[in-house]
Ligand binder design. Structure first.
Ligand SMILES: *[C@@H]1O[C@H](CO)[C@@H](O)[C@H](O)[C@H]1NC(C)=O
Ligand SMILES: *[C@@H]1O[C@H](CO)[C@@H](O)[C@H](O)[C@H]1NC(C)=O
Ligand SMILES: *[C@@H]1O[C@H](CO)[C@@H](O)[C@H](O)[C@H]1NC(C)=O
Ligand SMILES: *[C@@H]1O[C@H](CO)[C@@H](O)[C@H](O)[C@H]1NC(C)=O
Ligand SMILES: *[C@@H]1O[C@H](CO)[C@@H](O)[C@H](O)[C@H]1NC(C)=O
Length: 501
């Protein structure tokens, strides 16, 4: 019965969708809009133990458990960017990007993760030199580095101490951040503290899908989030107090979200979609932009914890000082988004084993008319427009940098699907800017190169450039989408005709 009802809603929704979609916006991107491409250390660098680098949780787990990565692969060599960075900068220069988003491998600069100022050996000098060279060369080529401090690859040494659920990591991360600002900050104007921490907390400490693959859903995931928020805030305050006046950059967190479209207009479903947004983006966004956990998260986790006979909520409480310490620690919003799903309300699950998904209490589905990527993610450009508008309305109109957006396909060089994807999503960004007056100042394509995509190994190519992982030399070849993106960057326009301002 419920199923049938739902089907009707899906069909209604489809009608609505077709009306909103597909025409490419013919307005121009603002003159100062920045276009870039992205990567992350573990996914491209290789050199996993080169020149004194320490082990990350991904090195550790991919070596220890051969079935953790579904394809049985690892990123020991990956794109070999550790050795090929000079040639990559030539590619980026040819592409014409304004910025390149990459991450620093924490264990490459601090092999144990720990920066004790008295023990000079804690700092791995070749790691520092590697990033310093990369950053200098980018600047020489007029490409702005957008640097992430922590993109999934926690030093294993700190995982041995419990990883992110351990609140002591706040200080370890803060020391690492200070080192990065001190060593590289003169040339870095855009910092991001964490990349997609909800993926790490929800899937790394709440399931087995990401390293460290510790399944403590409903408890460890929230503890992880709490530490990450405090670590982020501490790094932000360090930047503010010790570096900002000389270095003049901006710093924020990169938060990921899927657009959550209500499966129907029923109040329960509309609330379920909003609840899912609050339990994903809001779990990080609300403490940072508005202050404290989202109300609905406090209420839901409190309610279920009580019925599970916990003596207090599984959601750790912030003190008043902590709320104030975290609130406002952003200079822009870094947003990663790839897809959209339909959300409906679900019935309350039995009380027993704690669980994040039971706390959220939703059902997700997709519209059968939506095209999908090789990852089976729905391609729904208007979802990004709605998400950008939601961020604007929920968080008081912040400046937004789209820090990731892209699609995986079958690896062909003739990647028309990728071109259509980026054109559609860039058009949605234009709609957000021109129709909804959202303050989006840049877009970053994921990814620069075909990369190691976590548990999917090399099976999900997202790159503008193809990488041949079977060849020791890891040759790069531009795909057709390079030509497309180059033209967009050069003209600030998506249409074949000249764009209007
Ligand atoms: C929801 O309501 C809007 C505006 O009232 C309407 O245009 C739309 O068709 C409705 N959507 C569904 C799925 O019923
Ligand atoms: C290795 O990883 C797989 C896939 O996540 C998992 O099913 C298995 O339990 C893991 N093995 C060990 C020994 O942890
Ligand atoms: C909580 O405690 C009550 C009273 O002892 C009991 O009836 C109920 O089954 C418990 N709930 C769970 C989830 O253990
Ligand atoms: C799905 O893909 C096909 C083939 O590329 C295209 O013709 C169609 O317009 C797409 N549908 C939507 C809803 O984008
Ligand atoms: C890969 O996808 C393209 C369309 O984007 C298609 O033309 C090509 O046949 C596909 N190749 C394989 C090997 O499936």
């Amino acid at each position: 019965m419920f199923r049938q009802k739902k089907l009707v809603f899906v069909i209604l929704n489809t009608l609505l969708v077709t009306r909103v979609s597909n025409a490419i916006n013919t307005r121009a991107f603002p003159d100062d809009f920045i276009f870039g491409a992205a990567s992350s250390a573990y996914q491209v660098e290789g050199g996993w133990n080169a020149d004194g680098k320490g082990e990350s949780i991904w090195d550790y787990l991919s070596h220890k458990n051969k079935t953790f990565i579904w394809t049985g692969e690892n990123a020991d060599v990956a794109c070999d960017t550790y050795n090929k960075w000079k040639q990559d900068i030539l590619l980026l220069k040819d592409l014409g990007v304004n910025h390149y988003r990459f991450s620093i491998s924490w264990p490459r600069v601090l092999p144990t993760g720990y920066a004790d100022w008295l023990l000079i050996n804690d700092i791995n000098e070749p790691g520092i030199v590697y990033y310093r060279n990369l950053i200098k060369a980018l600047k020489e080529n007029n490409i702005e580095p957008v640097v992430t401090l922590q993109h999934f690859d926690l030093p294993q040494y700190l995982q041995d101490l419990g990883g992110w659920p351990n609140p002591n990591l706040v200080d370890y991360f803060a020391d690492y951040a200070r080192l990065a600002f001190r060593e590289f900050g003169e040339d870095v104007k855009y910092w991001t503290t964490f990349n997609e921490p909800r993926q790490v907390c929800q899937y790394g400490y709440g399931s087995w899908v990401l390293a460290p693959a510790i399944s403590t859903s409903g408890v460890g995931d929230y503890l992880c989030t709490r530490t990450v928020l405090l670590a982020h805030a501490k790094a932000y305050h360090i930047y503010d107090e010790e570096f900002r006046t000389q270095q003049n950059g901006v710093i924020s967190m990169v938060i990921d979200a899927t657009w959550e479209e209500p499966v129907s207009n029923r109040t329960e479903d509309v609330e379920a979609a909003e609840r899912q947004l609050q339990f994903t983006f809001g779990l990080y966004g609300n403490p940072i932009y508005n202050g404290n956990w989202p109300r609905v998260v406090i209420d839901r986790v409190g309610f279920r914890s009580e019925h599970e006979n916990f003596t207090k909520s599984r959601l750790p409480k912030f003190t008043h000082e902590e709320i104030e310490y975290i609130k406002g620690t952003y200079d822009y919003v870094g947003l990663n988004s790839y897809t959209t799903e339909l959300v409906g309300d679900a019935s309350e699950e039995e009380f027993g084993q704690p669980s994040y998904t039971k706390d959220v209490r939703i059902e997700t589905s997709t519209d059968p008319s939506w095209n999908t990527t090789a990852y089976s993610w729905a391609i729904v450009p208007w979802g990004l427009r709605k998400l950008l508008k939601w961020v604007k309305d929920t968080y008081n109109n912040p400046k937004i940098l789209v820090t990731e957006n892209g699609c995986s396909d079958n690896g062909t060089l003739d990647d028309d699907m990728r071109i259509d994807y980026h054109r559609g999503y860039l058009s949605a960004v234009l709609d957000a800017i021109h129709e909804d007056e959202v303050d989006v100042f840049g877009y970053t394509a994921w990814s620069f190169l075909d990369s190691f995509e976590w548990i999917m190994g090399y099976s999900q190519p997202f790159g503008l450039y193809h990488v041949d992982f079977t060849d020791d030399d890891r040759p790069r070849t531009p795909k057709k989408s390079v030509g497309f993106y180059k033209k967009v960057i050069a003209t600030h326009c998506l249409s074949d005709e000249e764009c209007t301002k």
